[in-house]
Structure formats: structure tokens, C-alpha cells
Ligand binder design. Structure first.
Ligand SMILES: Cc1ncc(C[n+]2csc(CCOP(=O)(O)OP(=O)(O)O)c2C)c(N)n1
Length: 376
């Protein structure tokens, strides 16, 4: 295993001191080390991975140096546009080092939403004409790989990728903990929300632990999963799915979002505000963090989600912290026409024994579509 500090120092020796990215569970120890060690102007947790590429491009324009962009391989999709039309050698030729967490490396067991990207990560880099190395699990070998990458950055002046396998980095505990002290964690808040929804309400839930907790809640309460569509992949897009469903059906549609996911594709708020779906209710479980992949902070502490939703045309907005406030807000929301947004402030953290959906994505889709087709 490689110590995050050792890897960070190797990068530093090669003048690689600027980091931008979206956190990933495989990179969480390294991301935590960067959060504790890099100065604020040298570490930007971006809204999405495409933004991170552009941040590294801006850094290069200003300093002539290459930046490091860290991401989960699922975020490679968000990078394709800026990698092909900004940093590519046929456009501005901007060097940067991609550090990619390799979920679902072929041969390793992983969740369905990662399988395709796991299989095509290396071929996709090849199609993008981005040379890469797989980071060795050994500290003596890793410096050679970084040396190779840096030689490419300095000579070809285009992106180079380091692909990181599961278990490459040794554990590192984040020192700069940003703890909140709200009464609830996400799972308790989610239970409170679900307790006041009806059996014919539609739920579209976001990527990560929110959907896992919703799935387990249905299991433990002996309910079927038919009214829930779990957006296990495509982070940031559950509100778009919810909008389109709401526009085709008269039933109430509840979008269960996370602050990281909402911020990742915040542009969707403007589409919802413009189209004014009266049956769309947006619930944001705001724990101010990318809790599902290690708890790194989002920008949620410096923005006003309610003001943003209002300014985008949401008809009413609410904020809650306690079970009572959640229930009161939802009862008020149910009586009025949407789009409306409820922001629930909650703490990071989840049960250690939280499972993953045992139902396949195909079964989830089938049951959900049958349920929806029987609605008006
Ligand atoms: C495009 C993309 N980038 C990164 C990830 C990895 N990822 C999965 S869940 C998650 C954090 C989600 O944060 P938030 O929406 O705030 O929900 P929380 O986990 O805090 O409940 C991330 C970064 C992903 N699945 N897809």
C-alpha cells in the first residue's frame, strides 16, 4: 500500500501542488490528506469533474504548471467534453494529471452502476488519446510511474492519467473534521420523510447512501420497492428524472437529493423552475458533505439552497432539522402546488452495517414502471 503522504510528497517534488476534483471512495484517504495538507487556494473540491478539468486548465494558464484532477472513474463521463475540447493537444494542449479511482476493475466485484465504466475505463482513456499508468501498490515503484507521467506532462503538454486500484492507498484519518450538530443523521431524516408520504407517491432517490437507506427502510418495514426509483449511478441527475416523471403523471413525485448531487448539476433547478411542475417536491438531505464517499465537504456551507431554489422559480421552500419540523413542512407542502423544495439539515454518518440493494436494477425498473403505469 502507498501512504497518502508519501504520494503527496512525490507529486510535490515534481511541482504538482494544485488539486481539484470530486471525491471518490477509493481515493478517500488521499483526498483527506490533500484536504489537510494543501493550502485552500491549491485545493478545490469541484461541483463536478468537468469543472475540475477546467479549474486545472485555468491554473495552468495562470502559472504554467500542471494541476492534479482527482475523480472516480464514473466522473470520467463528466470530463469528456473539456478533455476533448479544452485540454486536448488539438485545442489548447494543457497538461494535467488525472488521478482516477478505478471502481469495478474487471474481475473485481462491484455495484451494477460501476460495471460498464470499470470495464471501459482504460479503453476510454485510449479513445481519448490520454496515456495512462496503473498506480503500483508499492512505494518503491510508484516514483517511477510518477516520473513517467511528469515527463509526459512536461514534453507532450497534454493530460496523463494515473489509474488507482481499490486498496492502493493506506488509511488516513482526516484531521480537519467539519462536524455539525443537528438532531438527525440522513437516515433518521429519510425515515421521517417517508413516514408521511402515501403509498401512491413516487420517489426518485439520489446516488449513494440515500438510495441504500431507502431500500433498507422498505425491507425492514415489509414494504415493496415499487414506488421508489433508485438513481444508483448518474450522480446529480435524479431531479431531471423526477421532473420528467412528474410531467407525465399527476401523482406527487418526491425527489430525494443530496447536497453534493444537487450542486453537481444545479442547472436542473432552472429547468424545474421554468416548467413549474405542480406535483414535484424536491427534498434535499443536506449534510454539507459527500458522505457516501468519505465525508469530504461540499460547497453547501457557503450557499443558500432555499434562496437558490426560490430564485429559480420554486413556488415555496422550507427548511427543517427535527422530525417534527420535517413532518410539519411536508404536510404544508402536500397541500400546495409545487415545485417546492425542503432542505433538511442533517449530520454526516451512516450505519456501519448499511447494506446495498439486493434487488437488481432491472427488477427495480420493472416494478417501478408497472407501478407508474397503473397510475393516472
Ligand atoms: C459523476 C460521479 N462522480 C462521483 C461519484 C462518486 N459519488 C457517489 S455518491 C457521492 C457523494 C454524494 O454526495 P451527496 O449528494 O451530498 O450525498 P451524501 O452521500 O452526502 O448523502 C459521490 C461523490 C459518482 N457516483 N458519480
Amino acid at each position: 500500500m502507498i501512504s497518502p503522504g508519501y504520494f503527496f510528497d512525490l507529486l510535490k517534488q515534481h511541482q504538482l501542488t494544485f488539486f481539484a476534483g470530486v471525491p471518490d471512495s477509493l481515493l478517500k484517504d488521499f483526498c483527506a490528506y490533500v484536504t489537510d495538507t494543501a493550502s485552500p487556494e491549491n485545493h478545490i473540491i469541484a461541483a463536478n469533474e468537468g469543472n475540475a478539468i477546467a479549474l486545472a486548465a485555468g491554473y495552468h494558464l495562470a502559472t504554467e504548471k500542471a494541476g492534479v484532477v482527482y475523480l472516480q472513474n464514473s466522473g470520467l463521463g463528466n470530463c469528456v467534453n473539456p478533455l476533448t475540447s479544452l485540454t486536448d493537444k488539438e485545442i489548447y494542449s494543457i497538461p494535467l494529471l488525472l488521478l482516477i479511482g478505478w471502481r469495478a476493475e474487471p474481475g473485481k466485484k462491484d455495484e451494477p452502476q460501476h460495471l460498464k465504466m470499470g470495464r471501459i475505463t482504460l479503453p476510454l482513456l485510449e479513445v481519448l488519446e490520454i496515456p495512462y499508468s496503473i498506480v503500483p501498490n508499492d512505494e518503491t515503484e510508484v516514483s517511477q510511474v510518477i516520473h513517467k507521467a511528469v515527463t509526459h506532462l512536461n514534453t507532450a503538454k497534454t493530460p496523463y492519467a494515473l489509474v488507482v486500484r481499490d486498496g492502493t492507498f493506506a488509511s488516513y484519518q482526516l484531521q480537519q473534521k467539519q462536524e455539525t450538530s443537528f438532531p438527525l443523521v440522513r437516515e433518521d431524516a429519510l425515515k421521517a420523510v417517508v413516514s408521511v408520504l402515501d403509498d401512491h407517491d413516487i420517489i426518485i432517490s439520489t446516488t449513494g447512501k440515500t438510495s441504500r437507506e431507502l431500500f433498507e427502510l422498505r425491507e425492514t418495514t415489509g414494504k415493496r420497492h415499487q414506488q421508489d426509483f433508485l438513481t444508483v449511478g448518474s450522480m446529480g441527475h435524479c431531479s431531471a428524472i423526477a421532473l420528467a416523471v412528474a410531467m407525465q403523471k399527476s401523482q406527487k413525485v418526491y425527489c430525494f437529493d443530496g447536497d453534493g448531487a444537487l450542486i453537481m448539476h444545479m442547472g436542473m433547478l432552472s429547468t424545474i423552475g421554468k416548467l413549474q411542475p405542480p406535483n414535484l417536491y424536491h427534498i434535499v438531505f443536506n449534510n454539507f458533505a459527500h458522505d457516501s464517499v468519505g465525508g469530504q465537504p461540499t460547497a453547501a456551507d457557503s450557499i443558500d439552497i432555499l434562496a437558490i431554489a426560490s430564485a429559480n422559480g420554486y413556488k415555496d421552500v422550507f427548511r427543517a432539522e427535527t422530525v417534527g419540523e420535517i413532518k410539519d413542512s411536508l404536510l404544508k407542502m402536500k397541500q400546495g402546488a409545487g415545485p417546492m423544495l425542503l432542505e433538511i439539515h442533517c449530520n454526516k454518518g451512516a450505519r456501519k452495517n448499511l447494506g446495498r440493494p439486493t434487488q437488481s436494477t432491472f427488477e427495480n425498473k420493472k416494478q417501478f414502471m408497472e407501478f407508474v403505469s397503473n397510475l393516472k
